[in-house]
Write a protein of this length. Structure first.
Length: 297
């Protein structure tokens, strides 16, 4: 699943850090994942800044050395052993400095987040304070477990279905930001006269293309408000009501002698007979031919 228009930008200066092997990278809608294997010298140093929020997750370390990160360049070397797999969340445009203490090798995952894309996918504005608050060198078993699964996806030559890695990446971001489902607002249904006008229009024109704006205009509402109010009134969105109207019209035509499936499909607005058959079976439970044969018994 490609990331439309999202290319992470990272400016970095490193000294004493060597990349081992090739970068493994995967991208989904709103998230880019990079897996790195690096060798760090005893006095390794680095500075980093990214235009997007990112998460740094150490996955495996070998050797006695450690690497710490901080929001200032003059950080002292670590005096005590650091707990393994210390995760860091770095907001967009925040400079970060790193310093090693002892030679070691490190395998880590970098996740870069496109906030606009993720907000669109989640259907809500994200917490600006949480996005702008750094969290450096912390432990979280859930995030680490998800990160390991994402890293495995990056390591696979082909990867599993796109929805698998995509789901892992979005789940990790939701957990990281502690995003909770907001209660659904109760929408008022349409007034009886509004519902009658709209459903009559759909019944009369179901075989053609009906735009949401057109239906909303019939009752003087915005498309968004109308869509929610219609569902509150009928239990289904307008396009499903239109499809049900097409199927009812098709059933009436199937009752006529000599009716052909191809002809009915064309008359009721389906693209072809196969499309008509798929929708009919999904909504009625049997194919049009079986429904017609059972009716004639």
């Amino acid at each position: 699943m490609a990331v439309s228009g999202f290319v992470p930008r990272m400016d970095s200066t490193i000294d004493g850090v060597s990349v081992i092997g090739e970068l493994r990278c995967r991208s989904w809608d709103g998230v880019v994942a990079d897996v790195w294997d690096v060798a760090c010298a005893a006095d390794a140093r680095g500075s980093y800044v990214s235009g997007h929020p990112r998460l740094f997750i150490p996955l495996e370390k070998s050797g006695a050395g450690d690497f710490v990160v901080a929001a200032r360049p003059d950080l002292p070397p670590p005096r005590d052993a650091i707990a393994p797999c210390q995760i860091s969340y770095i907001p967009a445009d925040m400079p970060l400095w790193g310093r090693g203490s002892g030679a070691h090798r490190l395998r880590h995952l970098d996740l870069h987040f496109d906030v606009d894309a993720l907000a669109r996918r989640l259907g809500e504005d994200l917490d600006a304070v949480a996005l702008a608050t750094p969290r450096l060198m912390f432990s979280d078993d859930r995030l680490l477990a998800l990160a390991r699964l994402i890293a495995t996806e990056c390591d696979r030559p082909q990867g599993l279905h796109d929805l698998y890695g995509d789901g892992l990446a979005v789940a990790l971001f939701i957990d990281l930001m502690q995003i909770q489902r907001r209660p659904q607002r109760q929408r008022s249904p349409l007034a009886p006269w509004q519902l009658r006008r709209v459903t009559a229009f759909i019944e009369d024109n179901c075989q053609g293309s009906i735009r949401l704006q057109e239906l909303a205009g019939l009752v003087g509402l915005s498309p968004s408000y109308f869509s929610h109010a219609f569902k509150a009134s009928t239990g289904m969105p307008p396009h499903q009501w239109q499809m049900a109207a097409r199927i009812r019209r098709a059933q009436a035509l199937l009752a006529r002698p000599g009716a052909t499936l191809a002809g009915i499909a064309a008359t009721t607005g389906f693209s072809d007979q196969a499309h008509f058959t798929r929708v009919f079976k999904r909504m009625v439970g049997v194919t049009p031919a079986i429904w017609q044969r059972n009716r004639d018994l």
